[in-house]
Design a protein around this ligand. Structure first.
Ligand code: NAD
Length: 356
């Protein structure tokens, strides 16, 4: 894949010479003020790189949040709104979100609601945010331990993906993003899955990132508001988000998003084998892929009730029924498969049985 950019719904995602492209983009716009949102880590590792490549961004107003999913909440969002107000941001201002998915999700939400919406661009700095969170126009924050429950559909003006930023990312974070790359292959492109399952997070290259974004973009441009097809992106996320929420609330060193989704994808592949047409061989292959790259997560039956309660808050449900996106083969996925609680628990038993 050699294209330098991919067109999405009203904006472009840029890949090569990206920071120069950002500079050119800023030159063509007449923003009254430019603000940059970072977290403490991207302030240290990414902001100097950005400001060196784009000198016009030196001296612009900076807003910094504490890093981590536990801070993707309304309190930090209020802090962002207050600082935007203090800095005198108006409807002609631009917010640059420089960070991982927490910054791009929360910054997108803050911008899309401030003064009924100001322009924002995404400069994702983790693998996860480059292949997934920054593309598709979903913004949001968590409430308690319910993930992404408050948010907007809001399109950025552009997304600038610079893989140089990944050099300072720690390996665990890189592996977390790798889960979504594998997911994109599983739900829509068997050939891509076969390629990336043989890699590891450190050997993912720019072409893989472009391909992964192209898969997501192809889905979100057909269904920007998640009426149908877009739900395939949620494969692994119904159970994965519940595990992530549980882990955030209870573990000293909680699972990262991709780690939780990897567990969710194993459980939901089991459901796909049980309720859909995914075959035994495909299930075994998926289990092998995830267990090779991701840590096991140990939990007992006593947390099933809490996990199910978290799943019931999921936005994909209809009334009391818990909705899933389930593979029907590697590379193809169905949406709106509703599964009863007993069968969901069976998939959790299956996972626990696997890891012993
Ligand atoms: P994150 O934003 O928490 O970043 C992970 C960690 O890496 C943080 O500590 C951060 O400070 C640090 N970091 C970021 N860039 C760095 C760099 N270049 N060098 C060194 N450290 C760096 O987490 P994430 O995995 O990027 O994103 C997860 C979030 O994305 C979740 O909240 C999830 O819900 C969201 N998400 C959203 C969508 C969507 O469509 N909007 C899709 C998938 C995930």
């Amino acid at each position: 894949m050699s294209k330098n950019s991919i067109a999405s719904t009203g904006y472009e995602v840029f890949f090569d010479n990206t920071l120069i492209t950002l500079d050119n983009f800023l030159q063509t716009r007449n923003y009254s003020k430019i603000l940059i949102l970072t977290d403490r880590n991207t302030s240290i590792h990414c902001l100097p790189v950005l400001q060196e490549a784009v000198p016009r961004l030196q001296g612009c107003d900076l807003i910094e949040v504490d890093p981590g999913e536990e801070n993707k909440n309304i309190d930090f969002c209020v802090g962002i709104w207050k600082m935007m107000l203090d800095f005198g941001a108006d409807r002609q201002s631009l917010l640059i979100n420089l960070g991982g998915g927490v910054v791009t999700d929360m910054g997108g939400f803050a911008a899309s609601t401030f003064k009924r919406g100001i322009d924002f661009v995404q400069v994702p700095t983790t693998l996860l945010s480059q292949v997934d969170a920054s593309v598709g126009g979903k913004t949001g924050i968590d409430m308690g331990h319910v993930k992404n429950i408050i948010g907007t559909f809001a399109q950025p003006e552009a997304v600038f993906i610079a893989t140089d930023f990944l050099e300072t990312l720690d390996n665990r974070q890189l592996v977390s993003g790798f889960a979504e790359v594998i997911k994109h292959g599983l739900i829509a492109d068997r050939t891509f899955y076969e390629v990336v399952k043989e890699r590891d997070a450190t050997t993912i290259n720019l072409d893989d990132i472009k391909h992964s974004v192209a898969i997501k973009n192809n889905v979100v441009t057909q269904d920007p508001h998640e009426r149908g097809l877009r739900k395939i992106l949620n494969f692994g996320h119904t159970i994965g988000h519940a595990i992530e929420g549980y882990s955030l609330a209870h573990d000293g060193d909680p699972l990262l998003h991709g780690e939780a989704i990897a567990v969710g994808m194993i459980c939901e592949a089991y459901l796909a084998r049980r309720l859909n047409s995914l075959g035994d061989e495909a299930l075994a292959d998926i289990i092998h892929t995830f267990r090779q790259h991701f840590p096991d997560y140990r939990f007992g039956k006593e947390i099933y009730g809490q996990l199910i309660a978290l799943m019931k808050n999921d936005k994909k449900n209809a009334g009391d029924r818990i909705g899933f996106a389930l593979l029907n083969a590697i590379g193809a996925c169905d949406v709106d498969v509703f599964v009863d609680e007993e069968t969901i628990k069976e998939s959790l038993d299956f996972y626990r049985g696997l890891i012993g």
